[in-house]
Write a protein that binds this ligand. Structure first.
Ligand SMILES: [Mn+2]
Length: 347
């Protein structure tokens, strides 16, 4: 399918360099970020299917495990977990001729894998839609206007004249990442091109109804109870059109928290009238930190906010960060920051 792209983010030089790199069989590692989400796993697996089909020896190496609701994805069982299959994973990174890094743009985003990527001899290819990419990659496809890395993988295949090679497995992987990163096609970065790609993916075998149900209809009673607890803890700061939620380790334990359970909780705040800024603070005793997610509606830039104050970053409307302090200390710091943003949050 030929798409009319308004953004020509991957330049011809890089496209040709990539074509040349892939013109003979290579040893390739494909890497998602730590705590991989639907977009990270979808994009790495789609690319993995493609590269394998072209005769490349390809392995997806994830920095750590990914949530159960993504385990159905075609190829998920072959993803190496750096934390669990450490020796094997290190060997693959050491011997790789090409390393694709997908859905992140800074080598610090892969946890303990960082030092092994830093000393790898491979040629690096970055495909990513986050802001402020660092410059570790020889071949870069970075576009902050893109809805998802999965959408970029589709464009990448288009640049390689390979959209006809998209199998139903690949279509299901790409669809999943676009769907999860766009909040089911509703976030601002969702364009008519995104929808044309989605249409083509359905034609190529993406089972849209099944994907929605596999990702979203996966609640356990304990997760719903944890959501209830989170919503009960929600604080609404009307003066700043802001809401925040806290979850302590004790509460997580009480509701048998497992990885991925708090996914999407932060978005509930934004469903309230007038709320522009929603935050969730989740205690993680094991890592000794609070994990924080920021969401905004409109042009309040949570990427900047997270970078400036909470050691994180992401996108304009969705970002993450962390705090080394207790919930009470962090909340009081957070609340102390809001007055300087009052204008931006209430205009
Ligand atoms: Mn993404």
């Amino acid at each position: 399918m030929v798409l009319n792209c308004i953004f020509a983010a991957m330049n011809l030089e890089h496209i040709n360099a990539l074509k040349k790199l892939l013109s003979a069989p290579k040893k390739i590692a494909v890497i998602p970020h730590k705590n991989p989400d639907g977009d990270a796993i979808g994009s790495t697996l789609a690319l993995w299917h493609y590269l394998k089909s072209k005769g490349h020896e390809t392995v997806v190496v994830a920095p750590n495990d990914f949530p159960k609701f993504l385990k159905w994805m075609p190829g998920a069982e072959s993803v190496l977990n750096f934390e669990k299959e450490n020796t094997q994973a290190k060997n693959i990174l050491h011997n790789a001729e090409i390393i694709f890094t997908l859905d992140f743009n800074h080598l610090g985003r892969v946890g303990q894998m960082t030092e092994y990527l830093e000393k790898a001899a491979a040629a690096f290819v970055m495909v990513d839609h986050h802001q402020e990419p660092s410059d570790y990659a020889e071949i870069m496809y970075s576009d902050v206007h893109m809805s998802s890395t999965c959408e970029m993988v589709y464009h990448l295949l288009d640049y390689l004249d390979a959209t006809d090679d998209i199998t139903s497995e690949m279509a299901n992987c790409i669809y999943t990442g676009i769907m999860t990163d766009t909040g089911s096609f509703k976030f601002k970065a969702t364009t008519s091109t995104t929808h044309r790609i989605i249409a083509d993916l359905i034609d190529k075998g993406a089972d849209n109804t099944a994907i929605h149900s596999r990702i979203y209809d996966t609640n356990s009673p304990s997760r719903l109870h944890l959501l209830g607890c989170a919503l009960k803890n929600m604080v609404i700061l009307e003066a700043y059109n802001t809401t925040y939620i806290t979850l302590s380790q004790k509460e997580l334990d009480q509701y048998k928290f497992t990885k991925g359970d708090t996914e999407g909780f932060v978005n509930y705040g934004l469903t309230l009238d007038n709320i522009r800024f929603a935050v969730i603070f989740i205690e993680n005793k094991e890592e000794g930190i609070l994990k924080i997610s920021f969401r905004s509606a409109g042009d309040f830039d949570v990427n900047n906010f997270a970078r400036q104050f909470f050691n994180g970053g992401g996108h304009t409307n969705a970002a993450g960060g962390k705090s080394d302090f207790s919930i009470a200390e962090t909340i009081s710091y957070f609340e102390s920051l809001l007055p300087q943003f009052k204008k931006a949050l209430t205009k």
